[in-house]
Every structure is written in structure tokens, then in C-alpha cells.
Design a protein around this ligand. Structure first.
Ligand code: UD1
Ligand code: UDP
Length: 384
């Protein structure tokens, strides 16, 4: 009898980082796989599911405009729990540090259904940065029984919290699997990328593209405004063109539209589908972001990334010299971006393509490790 697995997805980054795992599990006859979405995100999630060809078996459709953390947590614990009671899977797989990942794992734990955690062990050491994600990750370390750490550093963080080492595995981050699965095929997606391509300065133009994204809750109390001011100051230069796919969170939307709309060298665009977003990443000169996933993708494509946060749970990029923490600090953002625009040597130092977060084979390792937990004689591929 195949092992009954439920892959739980709530938001855009979970869908991006779990679609390679879903595809790998579906290709393996040892498993009967269902994707259940809480739809903590709606439009952002559906964009990725469409590109990845994933049709959820259950869609809880939970997103509400301006939802609070309590709203999402209670709704996921209740509704995901009811679905578990009805279908009784052998294992639940969650990813990352969202409220969906935490609350779905809590619902599974209440029913003694084992949980595998993909992207386990990321830590800043500060419970309020990012908030509430750092707490979600720590809670997941307690609730899950399989911990797939993307890097050795993440593995060590879990060991330091006394997570049993025989349950912690270094697999690489599935974000690299997702990225590599489309990066080399970008020319095939010419049509999908046409809309964003036509607003960009043409290749060879003196205008350098800065890709900007921002959505972190801890940047809501003033940080968004400081980021917007930095963008406006950078866009005073006529050799710069800023593209900002604006996250639909009402707080982000309101601040960014009020401060940046109508600027001739800033394009505020709706969230991009994953493929056009990666295309934009390949076309840009540098990245300003507070996103977790974008911090991981930029080094793979060799783009310098200025991280607009005070802490990062992904220091591998900083240590490798391709990412720099600048906080949500207007002067620092402008100073470091200006250095990268004006100093070719500084730019060259930060634009080395490398993959500190994975090798593109994380999903296949995860599949084998899940088999190890349920199937008598699994065929193991290399696990680092
Ligand atoms: C969530 C995650 C965060 C992750 C981010 C990825 C939590 C607590 N936060 O933050 O870790 O980095 O997703 O993007 O789990 N909205 C839409 N359409 C969408 C998605 C969101 O309109 O497709 C709006 C809604 O008004 C929603 C609001 O954004 O209420 C906030 O969404 P929510 O998931 O609560 O928080 P994010 O800031 O997106
Ligand atoms: N992304 C996307 N379209 C966009 C912005 C981001 O597809 O307009 C992708 C990006 O490639 C990355 C992921 O979304 O894989 C990051 O999601 P987000 O920044 O929302 O969340 P985080 O990673 O910070 O949790």
C-alpha cells in the first residue's frame, strides 16, 4: 500500500519551494500524494500552482483581506484539523516558517500524525526579527519528527536546540531545485515574460535595473516608509530604473503607492508570476529586498543583494560576499546601492554566481528520507 502523504501549502514561497517536492513524490510509486492548500494567500498562491501544474485535492480558501495572525492560526488549526480527521494521512509535509506551516503542524501533532519540515533550522536568534516567523520555526522544530535542513548551519542550529540528530538531515534548499528547473528554460517562456520585458529599459541601455521587493511585518512600523524614501532617492539618478512588484498586503500597498506611484523611473507593478519574476532577476543589476526566498535566488543568478533587514537567517549569502545586510535604513540602502552602481570593483566582488543554499537535488533527497521513515527497503540516493 502506498504511503498516504499530504503536502500542505499556504503562501507563495511555500508553493515555490514545495512544487519540486510534490513533483518528485508524484513520480515515485511508493507514495499516494495529495496537496492541500490553506490558501492563506490567494492570488499569489494560485499563480504558482498554475505554473507548477498542481491541482489541490483540498482548498480551504482561508485568506481574508487584512487577516490577523490569530485569524490565520485559528482557522488553519480548525479547518486543516477537520480535513486530517476525514482523510487520516500517514504524514504531513510543511515548508518554512509561515503561520500555515506552524498551525497545520500543530493540527497534525494533536492527531499524532508525523510531520516532515522542509527548510528546517533557519534562525536569526531574535524572536522579533523576522516576526512571527522566528517563533514559527522554533515551534516547528518541536512539533516535527523529520527536519530537512537546507545547510549544515541550519542542521547545527537544530542540534543546539536538542532536536534528536538522527531526525535532522542536510538536504539543500528546494528553492534551488525550483530555480534551476526554470532558469535554463527562460527563452521558452518568451511570451510569459513579454509583459514585464516591455516596461524594462532595453538591454544595453545606460539605465541599470534595480529589483525591489518588500513585505516583512517587522518593517511595518516605519520601515516601509524608510525603504520607499530610499527608492525615491535612488531614482533621482537618471541611470537607474527601479522595478517593484508590490506585495498585495494592504499595508505594503498603501505605503508604497502613496509614496512612489507616478515616479518616472520607478515601476510599481502587481506581483509577478514566478517565471517572469526570475526573468526580471536575470535582467536586473542589483536586488533590494527583505524577502527570504529572493535572498536565496539572487546569488544563484549572480546578482548582488542588499537585504533590507537587521538580521538574516540566511547568513550563507552574506558570508560568501554576495549579500549585505543594510536594514530598513534609508541612508545605508542609498549608500550601498550607490556604491554598487558607481564602483565596478565592488560590484564585481558581489556578483559572483554560486549556490550556497543547495545544489538542485534537495527534493530527491527529501523523497528518499520520507521513504526511509515509512517504507521497509528504500533506495537511497546520496544525502550530504
Ligand atoms: C506571509 C507570511 C510570511 C511570508 C509571506 C510571503 C505569515 C505570518 N507570514 O506574509 O512569512 O514571507 O507570506 O509572501 O505566515 N494578500 C492578498 N492576496 C494574496 C496574499 C495576500 O490580497 O495572494 C493580502 C491579504 O489582504 C492578506 C494580507 O495580504 O490578508 C496578508 O497576508 P498574510 O499571509 O497574512 O501575510 P503576508 O504578509 O503575506
Ligand atoms: N516572487 C514571485 N513574484 C514576485 C515576487 C517574488 O514569484 O513578484 C517569488 C520569488 O521568486 C521567491 C518568492 O516569491 O521565490 C519569495 O516570496 P516572498 O518574498 O513573498 O516571501 P519570503 O520568501 O520572504 O517568505
Amino acid at each position: 500500500m502506498p504511503v498516504k502523504l499530504v503536502v500542505c501549502i499556504g503562501t507563495r514561497p511555500e508553493a515555490i519551494k514545495l512544487f519540486p517536492v510534490v513533483h518528485a513524490l508524484e513520480a515515485d510509486g511508493r507514495f499516494d500524494v495529495e496537496v492541500w492548500v490553506t490558501a492563506q494567500h490567494r492570488g499569489l498562491l494560485d499563480q504558482v500552482l498554475r505554473v507548477a501544474g498542481i491541482k489541490p485535492a483540498i482548498d480551504l480558501d482561508l485568506m481574508r483581506a487584512g487577516q490577523t495572525l490569530t485569524d490565520i492560526t485559528t482557522a488553519v488549526v480548525t479547518r486543516f484539523g477537520e480535513a486530517l480527521d476525514a482523510r487520516r494521512p500517514d504524514r504531513v509535509i510543511v515548508q518554512g516558517d509561515t503561520t500555515t506551516a506552524f498551525a497545520a503542524s500543530l493540527a497534525a501533532f494533536y492527531r499524532k500524525i508525523p510531520v516532515a519540515h522542509v527548510e528546517a533550522g533557519l534562525r536569526t536568534g531574535n524572536m522579533f526579527s523576522p516576526w512571527p516567523e522566528e517563533a514559527n520555526r522554533k515551534l516547528l522544530a518541536v512539533l516535527a519528527d523529520q527536519h530537512f535542513a537546507p545547510t549544515k548551519r541550519a542542521r547545527d542550529a537544530l542540534r543546539a536546540e536538542s532536536v534528536p540528530s538522527e531526525r535532522v538531515y542536510v538536504t539543500g534548499n528546494t528553492v534551488v531545485d525550483a530555480l534551476l528547473s526554470i532558469k535554463d528554460r527562460l527563452p521558452e517562456f518568451r511570451e510569459a515574460n513579454a509583459e514585464i520585458a516591455q516596461i524594462l529599459p532595453p538591454p544595453g541601455s545606460k539605465q541599470r535595473i534595480i529589483l525591489l521587493t518588500s513585505h516583512r511585518r517587522e518593517n511595518f512600523a516605519g520601515g516601509m516608509e524608510r525603504i520607499a524614501t530610499a527608492a525615491a532617492r535612488l531614482a533621482l539618478r537618471d541611470d537607474v530604473f527601479i522595478v517593484f512588484p508590490v506585495h498585495p498586503n494592504p499595508h505594503v500597498h498603501k505605503v508604497m503607492n502613496a509614496r512612489l506611484a507616478g515616479h518616472p523611473r520607478i515601476a510599481l507593478v502587481p506581483p509577478l508570476d514566478y517565471v517572469p519574476f526570475i526573468y526580471l532577476l536575470t535582467r536586473c543589476h542589483l536586488v533590494l529586498t527583505d524577502s527570504g526566498g529572493v535572498q536565496e535566488e539572487a546569488p544563484s543568478i549572480g546578482k548582488p543583494v542588499l537585504v533590507m533587514r537587521d538580521t538574516t537567517e540566511r547568513p550563507e549569502g552574506v558570508e560568501a560576499g554576495t549579500a549585505l545586510l543594510v536594514g530598513a535604513d534609508t541612508d545605508r540602502i542609498v549608500r550601498e546601492a550607490t556604491r554598487l552602481l558607481d564602483d565596478d570593483a565592488a560590484y564585481m566582488r558581489m556578483s559572483r554566481a554560486h549556490n550556497p543554499f543547495g545544489d538542485g537535488r534537495a527534493s530527491e533527497r527529501i523523497v528518499d528520507l520520507i521513504a526511509l521513515a515509512h517504507v521497509a527497503e528504500p533506495t537511497m540516493r546520496a544525502v550530504s
